[in-house]
Ligand binder design. Structure first.
Ligand code: DGY
Length: 330
């Protein structure tokens, strides 16, 4: 059997690594527990047959060429693959794969609902209130929030995660509207949901939750112009990708109370929380926002599943097959 070399850009759960080693592959995991610099990554590409990388690794044609002629596959440890130049990969006939799966769908959907509930009931503010020694006893008007019950949720992007969010919220007595490239009649029937244009959804939803991949079309999907359509009492939740939302627009809408609140797990200029601090407008200074550090899929089961899925994609490619989760350039 040919000897294959795999490079993994950062420590990940062992399940996937074990699977690769069982195939007799030589697996090297980066010794640095951080994002590699481009020159570090370029060096590691030499002589490898497969790269297992993360959404924090920017993979362009130059990185791909550094792995030539052996490199067969770049297996991303994420569902999203906006960090990889798909066109460059297609030109070089390289496989690109991602890690969708039942666990990640449920984890992200669950976390989205967690954020919605925390936002509506002001859990972040309440927690900060206690920690600041401000609690003096029960008050009828203290930290009054909103119920999810009876409210309308607007789901933007009705893939696996968007529908997972709806499945959970059905029991909360919420109403459903959605915006998606294609209508889903089964979903409409089951959830009594209406398919709307993005503009109509933004006008009607009490909670707007984003579940689209980052592409040219979805970049700044929520922007200065259309955020104004949202109700003053509405909330925005983003567990998709930062640049799907124009950060300045949210900042503006939250500071002027044009919308009630936002929960962000992802950021336009990640890992920076604020793209531009020059004007002293900072998301973290606002009270009506909940911010988490891109952890929607961060559960033991999901991260382990992701490592196995990435490994299976590599194994398939090295056996000359199409990886089960191969992604294609547009
Ligand atoms: C993904 O999979 O794309 C998430 O953002 C990270 O788990």
């Amino acid at each position: 059997m040919p000897k294959y070399n795999i490079f993994v850009t950062r420590r990940i759960p062992v399940a996937g690594l074990t699977l690769l080693k069982k195939q007799g592959y030589k697996v090297k995991v980066s010794p640095h527990d951080r994002v590699l610099t481009k020159s570090e990554l370029l060096k590691e590409m030499k002589g490898i047959d497969a790269l297992l990388c993360l959404l924090t690794d920017k993979i362009d044609g130059e990185i791909m060429d550094a792995g030539s002629p052996r490199l067969k596959i770049i297996a991303n440890f994420a569902v999203g693959f906006d960090n990889i130049d798909l066109k460059a990969a297609a030109d070089r006939k390289l496989f690109i794969s991602n890690t969708p799966g039942p666990e990640i769908t449920e984890s992200v959907a669950e976390f989205t609902v967690t954020l919605m509930m925390a936002l509506a009931r002001r859990v972040g503010e309440a927690e900060r209130f206690i920690r600041a020694h401000k609690y003096r006893g029960w008050e009828p008007m203290l930290l009054i929030g909103q119920d999810l019950y009876g409210k309308t949720v607007g789901i933007v992007g009705l893939g696996r995660i968007g529908s997972g969010v709806a499945r959970r919220l059905k029991n909360f007595g919420m109403k459903f509207i959605y915006n998606s490239q294609h209508r889903n009649l089964d979903f409409e029937k089951e959830f009594n949901a209406r398919h709307l244009s993005l503009e109509a959804l933004l006008k009607q939803a009490d909670f707007v939750t984003l579940h689209v991949p980052l592409t040219r079309e979805t970049h700044y999907l929520i922007n200065r112009k259309n955020i104004k359509l949202m109700k003053k009492t509405a909330y925005l939740i983003n567990t998709a990708r930062g640049p799907v939302v124009e950060e300045k627009a949210v900042l503006q809408a939250l500071s002027t109370k044009q919308i009630a609140g936002a929960a962000l797990d992802v950021y336009e200029c990640e890992p920076a929380i604020d793209c531009d601090l020059k004007d002293h407008m900072e998301l973290r200074k606002l009270d009506n926002i909940i911010m988490t550090p891109h952890i929607a899929s961060a559960t033991i089961a999901t991260r382990s599943e992701m490592s196995v899925t990435a490994a299976r994609n590599i194994i398939a490619a090295l056996q000359g097959k199409t990886p089960p989760n191969a992604v294609k350039s547009e």
